[in-house]
Design a protein around this ligand. Structure first.
Ligand code: HPA
Length: 234
């Protein structure tokens, strides 16, 4: 048990999928895992451990934003021995060729700030995905017929953004989409020598104002779970 995770020793798998929303964790565990068991519910942040094709997997919510994800990822890695962490989440599209429902695999992520910024001081650290996971996820995603983009994203520390000029600079420099968690996940993974990847569905678009209809959200989320599971055990 840790401050934020009530699981007993051994109840967290080495492979952890991390949706932002705890109810998404519950849905994914019920839909994709065999023998899924609730292993955490501290503060309503749900985590489940079960098996997928015989492999042990935990699906645990991260909450929204890098500060929340940092708490869970730190404890999962340092206290429970997680070795592969895959964020499955949504993002806002930032390029005209990136469409609603497309999948983005984040190769790296730009930030203003992460919870780790303090240790880097004047350095602009470039958080980077695990290549093996990224490569496997790309193959799986393409094989499913999903339009898949690989490149840089923007991990913002606010959702209600008062600086649209920053988004304009991101778009101008080829950033594919904006979300709020991946950069810190990649940074923590690098620090602790474990693997990480963010698999993102484009749920809204900053330029067109389009949004994924709610009836499509479950299918897109399910596709991401499958991509993440296939990549983790490729
Ligand atoms: N901004 C930040 N995070 C997001 C967005 C967005 O537009 N869409 C989905 N996650």
């Amino acid at each position: 048990m840790t401050i934020h995770i009530g699981a007993k020793p051994g109840e967290i798998a080495e492979t952890v999928l991390m949706p932002g929303d705890p109810y998404r964790a519950k849905w994914a565990a019920a839909t994709f895992l065999d023998d899924a068991k609730l292993v955490n519910e501290v503060r309503g942040m749900l985590g489940f451990t079960g098996t997928w094709k015989g492999n042990r997997v935990t699906i645990h919510g991260s909450g929204m934003g890098m500060t929340s994800l940092s708490i869970y990822a730190n404890e999962l890695i340092r206290d429970f021995g997680a070795k592969t962490l895959i964020r499955i989440g949504s993002c806002g599209g930032m390029q005209p060729h990136v469409r609603i429902r497309d999948v983005i695999l984040a190769m790296t992520s730009t930030t203003l700030n992460t919870p780790s910024s303090g240790i880097f001081k004047e350095l602009n650290y470039a958080p980077c995905a695990d290549w093996g996971l990224l490569h496997a996820a790309f193959k799986t995603s393409e094989a499913k017929g999903t339009k898949t983009h690989v490149g840089g994203i923007y991990s913002s520390d606010v959702f209600y953004d008062e600086r649209p000029d920053l988004n304009d600079q991101m778009t101008r420099h080829g950033i594919l989409g904006v979300e709020m968690e991946a950069a810190e996940l990649y940074t923590l993974a690098a620090r602790h020598k474990v693997r990480a990847l963010a698999v993102l569905t484009v749920s809204d678009h900053l330029q067109t104002g389009e949004a994924l209809p709610s009836e499509d959200r479950e299918k897109s989320f399910g596709d991401m779970v499958e991509i993440a599971l296939e990549a983790a055990f490729a």
